[in-house]
Write a protein that binds this ligand. Structure first.
Ligand code: FAD
Length: 460
């Protein structure tokens, strides 16, 4: 849809009280400002409101509503389906609201609604404090945490939403509300997985946890070793302490010093072990994997914030991802998972990932609307490729993995790991038993479904 040409006087009025910047089609920065992580998304909003204050957010929402324009909310811009960009509507862009204030005594961080993981992790690292974050530095904390939040530290500290202490939101009518355990507890509960359905979070306060030492190990083998490596990894995770996080994955061997030449640019099998502790502790855990003779290996103690930006996926690629949450991961699933890696686009930044859950992920502090937390294994085909000629193949690969795994599926899914896969998957993401309660909160805060560019909960 072509963007609307907005009335000049109305634009002037919006700009006059606006602390941030208002970008419209034709402005020099328009195209750069509307670019998302997924290069397949090309939409042309009528207005992008680069907000700097809570009042800016309220003004942008009102501007869109008064004109009947669709409203998108943008944080880190990582939504694979492009839910943070609208054709013809208004984008409430939060990127300039990225301040992070750490209170080391209270062990909390107050995070601006548009901050990325990098803003958060860099602010907490000097205090040797951390909270569960996304696995790359460029993901928006808002979209990540409100959807649940899965990361390397989750087996130790739980999904990110378990550490949510408070949120401030601008709602559909432009008012600012505060949600915490003892202040609007229903809204607070709904923000643990319900995403951007209830308003624009201008700040989130997250609980921080001591993390004095952190270790990572990246071990690589040729792809053929996959079934043996994965069986060993599965056994290791069955009795691993909560300090152990990470993933088993297939990827294109990266051009790094620790990677032997024959694996560079080739399909490789890898295990990434993260350990919330010292290298000595990590090495004990790693023993069974090291015994398999990885052909590339990197084991190092490092600040957690450094790891968080070490594995950043590059922007500008075409994206398609999906996920299946599994109750069991028997030998047949292992073999099918490994065989399917042959269909991945290689070389490319794509990854065919298996995440372990369990630990604190499975130990719910409350019955939040994230039913996927009970599933011990997560299969996550994460496709990033450059050539449009590979579009069909990359999508098919992701669909085939889901089909292959479906018989072991728990039926639940984490909505931040999928794109727009229809209303049935939204139910799977939030839990059918939670829908009525979520819809009541939605009705209270967004009865007209102004915030519908998301994994949508309908009012009523
Ligand atoms: P955006 O595209 O800006 O926003 C997506 C949606 O989130 C918006 O439509 C809106 O509904 C909502 N939203 C964002 N900010 C706010 C706010 N302040 N207030 C209200 N609503 C808001 N997820 C994980 O859990 N763990 C990972 O390790 C992980 N790794 C990823 C790596 C990459 C490279 C990418 C691209 C994504 C990854 N994700 C991961 C998925 C990510 O969590 C989701 O895509 C999430 O929605 C991104 O949030 P964002 O703010 O960056 O996205």
């Amino acid at each position: 849809m072509a963007p609307h040409v907005l009335d000049g006087a109305a634009l002037d009025a919006l700009r006059s009280g606006f602390a941030g910047e208002v970008v419209v089609p034709g402005d020099p920065s328009y195209d750069e400002t509307r670019t998302l992580f997924n290069a397949m998304i090309d939409r042309r909003p009528s207005l992008i409101a680069l907000c700097e204050t809570v009042d800016d957010v309220a003004a942008a929402i009102r501007f869109g509503r008064d004109r009947g324009l669709e409203i998108a909310v943008r944080g880190g811009g990582h939504s694979v389906a492009g839910m943070s960009l609208t054709d013809g509507g208004v984008v409430v862009d939060l990127r300039r609201m990225h301040a992070v204030v750490v209170d080391p005594r209270a062990r909390t961080a107050r995070v601006g609604g548009g901050a990325t993981m990098s803003h958060l992790d860099r602010a907490t690292q000097p205090y040797e404090l951390a909270t569960t974050g996304g696995r790359v530095s460029t993901t928006g904390v808002g979209g990540f945490a409100l959807g649940g939040g899965s990361g390397w530290l989750e087996r130790k500290f739980g999904p990110a939403c378990d550490s949510l202490v408070e949120a401030e939101l601008v709602t559909a009518d432009g008012t600012l509300v505060r949600a915490a355990e003892n202040e609007d507890p229903e809204l607070f509960w709904a923000l643990h997985g319900g995403g951007g359905n209830f308003g624009v979070a201008t700040s989130l306060t997250l609980r921080l946890h001591p993390l004095p030492a952190f270790t990572m190990a990246l071990l690589l083998w040729p792809a053929e070793a996959g079934p043996e490596v994965l069986r060993t990894y599965r056994t290791l995770l069955a009795s691993a302490p909560d300090e152990v996080g990470g993933a088993m994955l297939f990827l294109t061997g990266p051009p790094e010093e620790f990677v032997p030449e024959h694996l560079v640019g080739a399909l490789a099998c890898a295990v990434l072990v993260t350990y919330a502790g010292t290298e000595a502790g990590a090495r004990e855990v790693l023993e069974p994997l090291l015994a398999l003779g990885p052909e590339g290996r990197l084991v190092m103690e490092l600040p957690y914030a450094d790891l968080q930006s070490m594995l950043d996926d590059p922007p500008g690629y075409r994206n398609y991802w999906s996920a299946e949450y599994l109750d069991h991961f028997p030998d047949e699933a292992v073999d099918r998972f490994c065989a399917r890696a042959r269909d991945m686009v290689v070389p490319s930044p794509s990854q065919q990932v298996l995440f372990p859950a369990g630990g604190a992920v499975a130990r719910a502090p409350a019955d939040y609307p994230i039913p996927w937390r009970r599933s011990p294994w997560v299969v996550h085909p994460f496709g990033l490729w450059a050539d449009p000629a590979d579009d069909r193949r990359a999508r098919q690969w992701a669909h085939d993995i889901r089909d292959d795994m479906r018989q072991w599926s728990s039926g639940a899914v984490y909505l931040n790991f999928i794109g727009d896969e229809g209303s049935g998957r939204v139910v799977a993401g939030l839990g059918a038993h939670n829908l009525g309660r979520l819809a009541r909160v939605k009705t209270a805060y967004d009865p007209d479904n102004v915030f519908r560019l998301n994994h949508n909960i309908e009012p009523g």
